[in-house]
Design a protein around this ligand. Structure first.
Ligand code: FA5
Length: 340
């Protein structure tokens, strides 16, 4: 009797396994029949009542039924896996004949981009682009710019001195001296470049940063000329209205001298770490060239005069791209740089 029941059960179970619609159904059937509390387990319990010889025979049949069922389940599982794989293969494919994307192209650093824009602007206004060395003489960096050795203005720019008495230029102004000697009057020049100061680094100060010097020497150059060029410069860079203020500024190489500040574009003037909570950022010191500087450049101050400015290029990049920490610009983090 048990034998018939087993036969019937095993045939029914195999049929159900073959008909299972998916892997979940299959698992449910497996648990129902082969599980610890499953149908086959119940049959094996009933075997206890049989005589020993009969028990051994039915035991064998039970094992065979179990193995048959397990094989059927395995086969069905494989069929499901193959179907799933086929479905993925149909969906996910790629065209191996397409050309490879190749290495990711780099891009110009944001400071370089701004520098090139300013160069374009000023060359269109008749200015020459000069570059001076980063290692300068003390004379070009200070003395020729009307900053004698005992003058307190030297302390305004903390200097990296070299053992041979030269220095890392603290500003791009020494290119004024080189430009005057090289080009003679009248002249219009700009000189972008890297400068160095022994300064503590914070959100708006680097020890290594970029400036862009400008100088125009002609006859009867006035503050009106200076203001015109400064406005043209800022308009060309920001393409939107920026608020500026001009206040007196002291630099021994200009007279009169000014600080052109720009209302902080990071905080809109409310105060933030970049503008040191003042709402304004020093960006563009400028003025009319001091007669002593003209003389040191071999130009007669009775015949010629001019203006000069020293733009903080790194700070300009910060304002233009609304970067709230100067250290990001030279940190070398590609995740930052790839945004430009
Ligand atoms: C000068 O360096 C003068 N040579 C500028 C000048 C040229 C005046 C021609 C008159 C005529 P100053 O030390 O203020 O000035 O620096 C100029 C600009 O460089 C500042 O307005 C600021 O934008 C930027 N700057 C100065 N120090 C740092 C620094 N540590 N990190 C980043 N930018 C700086």
């Amino acid at each position: 009797m048990l034998e018939g029941k087993l036969e019937e059960l095993s045939q029914g179970a195999v049929a159900r396994v073959r008909a299972a619609a998916n892997a979940e159904d299959l698992e449910a059937i497996r648990v129902e029949i082969l599980g610890r509390k499953g149908t086959l387990a119940a049959v094996s319990k009933d075997m206890g009542k049989l005589a020993p010889a009969e028990r051994a025979r039915i035991g064998k049949l039970l094992n065979a039924a179990k193995q048959g069922l397990e094989a059927a389940i395995e086969e069905r599982k494989k069929a499901f896996a193959a179907a799933a794989l086929q479905k993925r293969l149909d969906r996910e494919w790629m065209d191996m004949t397409l050309p490879a994307p190749g290495p990711r192209p780099g891009s110009l650093h944001p400071i370089t981009q701004i520098q090139m824009e300013i160069e374009d602007l000023f060359t269109s206004l008749g200015f020459t682009v000069l570059s001076g060395p980063e290692v300068e003489t003390e004379f070009n960096n200070f003395d020729a710019l009307n900053i004698p050795s005992d003058h307190p203005a030297r302390d305004m720019q903390d200097t990296f001195w070299l053992e041979d008495g030269n220095l890392l230029r603290t500003h791009t102004s020494p290119v004024q001296v080189r430009g005057m000697k090289r080009l003679g009057p009248p002249l219009r020049m700009i000189a972008p470049g890297r400068v160095f100061r022994n300064e503590e680094v914070d959100a708006s100060h680097e020890h290594t940063f970029y400036q862009l010097e400008g100088m125009m020497i002609d006859r009867e150059v006035s503050i009106a000329h200076l203001v015109y060029y400064m406005k043209t410069l800022l308009g060309g860079i920001f393409h939107r209205s920026v608020t500026v203020r001009l206040r007196p500024g002291y630099f021994p190489f200009v007279e009169p001298g000014f600080e052109l500040d720009i209302k902080c574009l990071i905080c809109g003037g409310d105060g933030c770490p970049v503008c040191k909570q003042s709402g304004w950022l020093e960006l563009l010191p400028c003025g009319l060239v001091h007669p002593n500087v003209l003389r040191n450049g071999g130009i007669d101050p009775d015949q010629w005069n001019g203006f000069a400015f020293g733009l903080g290029l790194t700070r300009l990049a910060m304002m233009r791209y609304v970067i709230d920490d100067i250290r990001l610009l030279q940190g070398g983090d590609l995740r930052f740089l790839r945004q430009f």
